[in-house]
Design a protein around this ligand. Structure first.
Ligand code: ARG
Ligand code: ZN
Length: 856
C-alpha cells in the first residue's frame, strides 16, 4: 500500500447497522512480550439478509488460523487489506455460526500505546476509540455489543480483565463480564502489581471489592484515589440514583498512557499522574484533578458503558454528559462558585480557542478522518456546557425526569444525540429542534447587549443580538436558543432583581424591565449561562462596581477579569491604562470576608494567551512580545501599589499543621501563591527562595521554583529538586515543564532544546513529551517567538513522535491551531513549519488530518 493514499473521510450520514448480531465474545490470551497469541471466538448471526462479514483488523495482526463453525473457509472467500478482513457471504451459513480466529501480535513493539502494549514490564490495553482492532479481528464499532469471557495465560502475578473473576490460579485467570459491551471498553492488565483495597456496599446491598493497583513501592501514594472512588460511588447513588453493577471495581495506574484515563468496564486504566499523589509529590491542583478524573471514569459506568454511543460521531453523548457530571461532583465536594469559574477559564482557554481557529467543529461532528483527533475540548467541555444550558432551560426537576427516562429507556443500548434530546422532549414537553443546533453547529456565538433606560417610565430595555462567524465547512449560522441569566443591581449595591433567565431565540431580541426606581446596573450572563462571547459597552467604573457588589460570584469574577483584560489590551498597544483595576484589586485583596479561593482567582492576571485571544476577537493582531511586556508591567504595578497588603496575605495565608488536600487549605495556599507571584516582581525572588527551602508540600515548592526561575535564580532550586525527586517520574515531568514555561520568551526554545538532549528526556513516554512540548506551547511569547524557533522545535519533534505515536503527535500539533491570527512574519514561519510536517513521507493519518485542517 502506498503511504500517499487519498484520505478516507467517515460521514455520519453513512451510518448503517452492522449486518450481524454478536451474541458472545470469548477471548483467550497467551501473553508474551513480542509474540502474544490471541484466540477469539465470536457467536454471530446474520441480522437480516446474509452479507459479507467484514472485520476490522490492523496490519499488526498475524493471522494464524480462521474457522467458521470449526472449518477453514475456502481461501478464495477470504480477503484482507490494511484495515479489514472480509469473509464473503458465500462462505457463511445463513444461520447462527461461530467464528474462530487466532492471531499473533507484538505488544513490545507497540509504541503507539493503542491496543495491547507494554509499559514498565506490564501488559496493558487502551482500546478507545479503535484500538481493539490491533488485538484481534472484530467488528470494532461501539454499536456491536456482547458479553465477554476472557482467559489469560501469563507468568505475571496479577491478571485482570473486565467483569467478575471466575477462576484464578498460578499463571492463569478467567474473567466474565455479563454486561454486553462494545470492544472499546475491553481491557486487560498483566503485571507485577500491588493493590490498596477497600469495600463498598451499594445501597441495594451489593458488596463490591475495590482495588487500586500500582507498582510495588507506589502504594503509599494510592490512598487518595481510593477515597475519591468511594466518594464518587456514593455521589452517583445519591444524586443520580445510579448503583455499581459488578462484584469488583479495579483501577490500574500505568506510566505510559496517551490520555488521562479510560473507563473500561470494571477495570479503569489510568495515567499514573491521575492516581498517584502524596503531599511531597503532588500539588493541590493534582489532587483536585485526581478526584475529578476518578469520578469521571467511574460515572462512565452508566453514562458511556450501560448506555454507550451508536457511533463515534455521538462521542459527546457520553463525554459531554460525563464531564457535566464530574463538574457537578466537584462543585459538591468543593466550592461550587470557584469550580464554575475554573471551568469557564478552561472552556475559554481551550474550547473558544479551538472554535475560533481552523480546527473548529461542532460537539457532534458529521465528518472525520481519524476519530482520535476528536477527543477535543469541543466534544468534552462544550458538550458539558450544552447540557448545563439544557438543565437551565428545563429546570432541575425537568432535568432529573429526563435523566431517569434516559436510563430507563436506553439502558443496554448504543444511543444517539437524537435519543438524548428526545428524552428531554418527552419528559418536559419542550420542543428542542432549535436547541439541537448547539450540537450540530460549530462556532461561539457573539452576543451583544445594549441598554435603553427610560428614566420617566422607570423602564429598562435590554437589546440583544447574536451572530456566529462561519467555521470550516459551515457558512450559515442560524440563531440558537441562548439562556441569558440576568440580575439587576441598584446603584447602592442592593439586588433589585434576582437572577432571571431570558430565553433568546432570534437573531435580535429585546427584553423589558418595569417599575424600576433608579437606573440599575445589569449583571449579565450570570454563572456563564451560555458559552458565548458577551459584548457590552461598560466603563471601568461600572466593572469595578460589579466586582465589588455583584451577588453572583461568577459575574463578580468576570467583572474583575474584564477590567484586567481591557487594561491589558490597551497597555499592549502602548497606551496607559489600569488605574481602576489596580484600585479594585487592592480593595478585594483587603476584603478578608471574601473566600480566599475567589480572591486568589481575582488576583491572578489573565494569561498571555487569553489576552491574545481577546485582541483577536476585537479584530486586532496580537503581538506576543507586547502582550508579555504589558502583563509583566501590570503585575509589577499591582505589586508596587499593594506591597504591604500582599505581604500580609502571604504571611497570614500560611497553613499550619500537616498538609491536607481539602478545598479550604488549598484555597489559602492558592491565595498565598497568588500574592507571592505578584511580590516576586519586586522582592527579587527572596520570598520564593525562603519558601522553596521550607515548603512542606509540592504546591508551594513548585510555585516557589517557578518564581525563582522567573527571577533568573532557579538553578540551585532545580538542582535540589532533581537531587531529591530525580527518580520520581511525575515530579520530574513538572521539573521539565516548569523550566520551559518560566523561561524568558527569547530563550524558551533554547531551553527546550537543551532539556530535550538530556538522557532522562524519555520522549516516548507521553507524559514526558507533553511536559516539554506542552510547556513550550504554554509559554505564549516563547512558542510564538518571531524568529520561528518555537515553531521549528515543535515541528521537528512532532515529526519524530509521529513515527512512534501518531495520537500524541496529532494532539500536540494543536499548539499551532491559532497561527492564522498572528502577524505576517509569524504566519509565514508557522505555515512553513506546518508545511514541512504535511510533506513528511509516511505521515500518519492522525497528524495528516490535523495539519491539513490547519493549513486549509
Ligand atoms: N473515554 C476516555 C475518557 O474521557 C478517553 C479515552 C480516549 N482515548 C483516546 N485514545 N482517544 O474518559
Ligand atoms: Zn470520558
Amino acid at each position: 500500500m502506498s503511504q500517499t493514499q487519498a484520505p478516507i473521510a467517515r460521514h455520519l450520514a453513512d451510518y448503517r447497522p452492522y449486518p450481524f448480531v454478536l451474541n458472545e465474545t470469548r477471548l483467550e490470551f497467551q501473553l508474551a512480550p513480542s509474540a502474544t497469541r490471541v484466540r477469539a471466538e465470536l457467536a454471530l448471526r446474520p441480522r437480516a439478509g446474509l452479507e459479507d462479514l467484514v472485520l476490522d483488523g490492523g496490519k499488526g495482526l498475524r493471522l494464524i488460523s480462521l474457522a467458521i463453525d470449526g472449518a477453514a473457509p475456502d481461501p478464495a472467500h477470504v480477503s484482507r487489506d490494511d484495515e479489514v478482513l472480509t469473509i464473503a457471504a458465500a462462505a457463511l451459513p445463513d444461520a447462527p455460526f461461530t467464528l474462530r480466529t487466532e492471531v499473533e501480535i507484538d505488544p513490545s513493539a507497540n509504541t503507539a500505546f493503542e491496543g495491547l502494549y507494554m509499559s514498565g514490564g506490564m501488559f496493558c490495553t487502551q482500546c478507545e476509540a479503535e484500538g481493539f482492532r490491533h488485538i484481534t479481528f472484530y467488528p470494532d464499532r461501539p454499536d456491536v455489543m456482547a458479553p465477554f469471557r476472557v482467559s489469560i495465560h501469563s507468568d505475571k502475578p496479577v491478571l485482570l480483565s473486565n467483569g467478575n473473576p471466575v477462576a484464578q490460579r498460578e499463571g492463569f485467570a478467567e474473567w466474565h463480564d455479563p454486561w454486553p459491551k462494545p470492544s472499546y471498553l475491553f481491557a486487560l492488565v498483566a503485571g507485577d502489581l500491588v493493590a490498596i483495597s477497600d469495600r463498598f456496599a451499594t445501597r441495594s446491598g451489593r458488596e463490591v471489592d475495590l482495588n487500586v493497583w500500582v507498582r510495588p513501592g507506589d502504594q503509599d501514594r494510592a490512598g487518595f484515589a481510593m477515597e475519591s472512588l468511594i466518594k464518587s460511588m456514593r455521589w452517583d447513588e445519591d444524586v443520580y440514583g445510579r448503583e455499581y453493577d459488578l462484584d469488583v471495581f479495579n483501577i490500574v495506574a500505568v506510566d505510559d498512557f496517551n490520555m488521562g484515563a479510560m473507563e473500561n468496564k470494571g477495570l479503569n486504566i489510568f495515567n499514573s499522574k491521575l492516581v498517584l499523589a502524596s503531599p511531597e509529590t503532588a500539588t493541590d491542583a493534582d489532587y483536585e484533578r485526581i478526584e475529578a478524573v476518578i469520578a469521571h471514569e467511574y460515572f462512565h459506568n452508566w453514562t458511556g458503558n450501560r448506555i454507550t454511543c451508536r457511533d463515534w460521531f455521538q462521542l459527546c453523548l457520553k463525554e459531554g454528559l460525563t464531564v457535566f457530571r464530574d463538574q457537578q461532583f466537584t462543585s459538591d465536594m468543593r466550592s461550587a462558585p470557584v469550580k464554575r469559574i475554573e471551568d469557564v477559564r478552561t472552556l475559554r482557554a481551550r474550547q473558544f480557542r479551538e472554535d475560533q481557529g481552523p480546527l473548529a467543529h461542532p460537539p457532534r461532528p458529521d465528518r472525520y478522518e481519524e476519530i482520535n483527533n476528536f477527543y477535543t475540548a469541543t466534544v468534552y467541555e462544550k458538550g458539558a456546557e450544552v447540557i448545563g444550558m439544557l438543565k437551565r432551560l428545563v429546570g432541575d426537576d425537568g432535568y432529573a425526569r429526563a435523566l431517569d427516562l434516559y436510563f430507563d429507556r436506553h439502558d443496554g443500548e448504543a444511543a444517539t444525540i437524537e435519543d438524548w434530546l428526545k428524552v428531554f422532549e418527552d419528559a418536559t414537553g419542550r420542543d428542542l429542534a432549535q436547541f439541537k443546533r448547539w450540537y450540530t453547529d460549530a462556532g461561539t456565538p457573539r452576543l451583544t447587549m445594549a441598554e435603553d433606560w427610560d428614566a420617566e417610565a422607570g423602564r429598562l430595555r435590554l437589546d440583544f443580538t447574536q451572530a456566529t462567524a462561519p467555521t470550516p465547512g459551515q457558512d450559515d449560522k442560524p440563531p440558537r436558543v441562548i439562556p441569558i441569566a440576568i440580575g439587576l443591581i441598584s446603584p447602592n449595591g442592593d439586588e433589585v432583581l434576582p437572577t432571571q433567565v431570558l430565553e433568546m431565540t432570534e437573531a435580535r431580541q429585546s427584553f423589558g424591565f418595569d417599575s424600576l426606581g433608579a437606573r440599575p446596573v445589569v449583571s449579565a450572563l450570570r454563572g456563564f449561562s451560555a458559552p458565548v462571547m458577551l459584548e457590552r459597552l461598560l466603563d471601568d467604573a461600572t466593572r469595578a462596581f460589579l466586582l465589588a457588589h455583584d451577588t453572583d460570584p461568577f459575574a463578580r469574577w468576570e467583572a474583575g477579569r474584564d477590567l484586567a483584560l481591557s487594561a491589558l489590551v490597551v497597555l499592549s498597544q502602548g497606551r496607559e491604562a489600569g488605574a481602576d483595576y489596580v484600585d479594585a484589586i487592592g480593595r478585594l485583596a483587603a476584603d478578608d470576608g471574601a473566600d480566599p479561593a475567589f480572591r486568589a482567582l481575582c488576583l491572578t492576571l489573565p494569561g498571555e494567551e487569553e489576552i491574545a485571544t481577546r485582541l483577536s476577537e476585537q479584530g486586532t493582531t496580537p503581538d506576543p512580545d507586547a502582550i508579555h511586556e504589558a502583563r509583566d508591567g501590570l503585575a509589577r504595578r499591582l505589586a508596587e501599589a499593594h506591597a504591604d497588603l500582599l505581604a500580609g496575605l502571604f504571611e497570614r495565608m500560611a497553613v499550619a499543621g500537616p498538609y491536607a488536600p481539602d478545598a479550604e487549605p488549598a484555597a489559602r495556599r492558592a491565595l498565598r501563591i497568588a500574592a507571592l507571584g505578584l511580590l516576586n516582581r519586586i522582592d527579587g525572588g527572596d520570598r520564593a527562595e525562603v519558601l522553596f527551602g521550607t515548603a512542606g508540600n509540592m504546591t508551594e515548592r513548585m510555585a516557589a521554583l517557578s518564581c525563582l526561575l522567573r527571577r533568573g535564580r532557579g538553578q540551585a532550586a532545580l538542582q535540589a529538586m532533581h537531587d531529591r525527586f530525580g527518580d520520581n517520574r511525575l515530579v520530574m515531568d513538572k521539573w521539565f515543564s516548569v523550566q520551559v514555561m518560566a523561561a524568558p520568551p527569547a530563550e524558551a526554545a533554547a531551553v527546550a532544546h537543551r532539556l530535550a538532549r538530556r538522557g532522562d528526556f524519555d520522549w516516548k513516554n507521553p507524559n514526558r513529551f507533553r511536559a516539554l512540548l506542552g510547556g513550550l506551547a504554554a509559554n505564549h511569547a516563547g512558542f510564538h517567538a518571531a524568529d520561528g524557533a518555537g515553531y521549528d522545535f515543535t515541528a521537528d519533534w512532532l515529526m519524530k513522535m509521529d513515527k512512534a505515536n501518531p495520537q500524541i503527535a496529532a494532539r500536540m500539533s494543536t499548539a499551532f491551531e491559532t497561527w492564522p491570527r498572528y502577524d505576517a512574519t509569524r504566519r509565514d514561519r508557522a505555515r512553513g513549519a506546518l508545511g514541512r510536517i504535511a510533506a513528511m513521507a509516511g505521515i500518519s493519518r492522525n497528524l495528516r488530518e490535523m495539519v491539513t485542517r490547519m493549513i486549509a
